[in-house]
Design a protein around this ligand. Structure first.
Ligand code: BDR
Ligand code: CA
Length: 313
């Protein structure tokens, strides 16, 4: 079983990723840390609590992370995720015991004691702060999988930048450099693969038939997001980015890609763009594994098999 920390900003697709991860026996979730992204970090923690309550996993500690990006003004994504960050579902608040310690301090303490893996589903502000403060501890991060960036795909916040890296480009840049220096490769689950993962109304109907309770919960969570996709891009359904990163964490055969050096632009109109040196032009050691292909059908089977309740409850 793999011990992980999930660093996230729930978030509609983050919530679905949590559902998948918490239903995956291969993972042992040590804690969930939140970061300001889709919603402010404290709201992300409250939303995490709502998911944990649903899953009967209020035993998992939640640590609130950094309130703002490293350098620039914070821009949330409530236009996409709703004023509550969960598609205006306004699920009942859960009474979670908030941890006094901040996310960065928690990660520091944990990594002093053990090796863990990290599933990063939001801007990488917490991880960059950790990398700056304690670069010596990065060796204890077994693996880091980040939903973010893009290789050939267009962006979703600017023509070239994906939201998580665009929200805090300095943090993403720090992480790629620091993890590379520590001999690690960030698995970049970017828009090239995640944009192929669409939860369609038909699939949702199917989920509702198989497991009405889970289905209705997901319907309430994703309605706003589906409307957003229709109005914004003419997509029927919604792109669920973060669950693919969680699924890939558990089942590597769902995606494929290549190793290379990746940098993140921090200035000007391309801020937040991930620049993957696929041709090895810069001759720098690989600090990333960039995913370019995914098997959508295999993902959907996997997703459904993990989120649906078994008949015995
Ligand atoms: C990413 O940005 C957020 O809006 C989603 O939760 C996902 O992590 C996609 O660009
Ligand atoms: Ca997210």
């Amino acid at each position: 079983m793999c011990r992980i920390v999930i660093d996230c900003d729930p978030g509609i697709d983050d919530s679905l990723a949590l559902l998948l991860a918490l239903n995956s026996p291969e993972l042992s979730v040590a804690a969930i840390t939140t970061v300001s992204g889709n919603v402010p970090a404290h709201m992300g923690a409250a939303n995490t609590g709502k998911v944990l309550k649903r899953m009967g996993r209020l035993d998992i500690p939640v640590y609130v992370g950094e309130p703002v990006p490293l350098k620039r003004a914070y821009v949330d994504a409530m236009d996409t995720h709703g004023s509550d960050g969960m598609g205006e579902s306004f699920f009942e608040e859960a009474d979670i015991p908030y941890q006094e310690m901040g996310a960065v301090e928690y990660l520091e303490t944990l990594l002093e004691q053990e090796e863990i893996s990290i599933l990063a589903l939001g801007p990488m502000t917490n991880l960059a702060r950790l990398a700056r403060k304690r670069p010596d501890l990065l060796k204890n991060i077994r693996e880091i999988i980040s939903m973010g960036g893009s290789f050939k795909s267009h962006g979703n916040c600017s023509p070239v930048a994906e939201y998580n890296y665009w929200c805090d480009p300095e943090a993403a840049a720090v992480c790629f450099e620091a993890f590379g220096a520590a001999g690690k490769k960030i698995h970049m689950v970017g828009l090239d693969v995640t944009r192929k993962i669409v939860l369609t109304p038909n699939l949702l109907e199917y989920i509702c038939r198989l497991d009405p309770d889970t289905g209705e919960w997901i319907r309430r969570l994703t309605g706003f997001y589906m409307d957003f996709h229709w109005k914004q891009e003419g997509i029927i359904g919604c792109v669920i980015n973060d669950p693919l990163a969680a699924a890939y964490f558990v089942k590597r055969s769902l995606c494929s890609g290549f190793d290379c050096y990746t940098a993140v632009e921090t200035e000007g109109i391309c801020a937040g763009q991930s620049v993957a040196d696929a041709m090895n032009i810069w001759k720098k050691p690989a600090n990333s594994h960039v995913l370019t292909e995914t098997d959508c059908k295999a993902f959907m089977y996997f997703f459904l098999s993990r989120i649906l309740r078994k008949p015995d409850g």
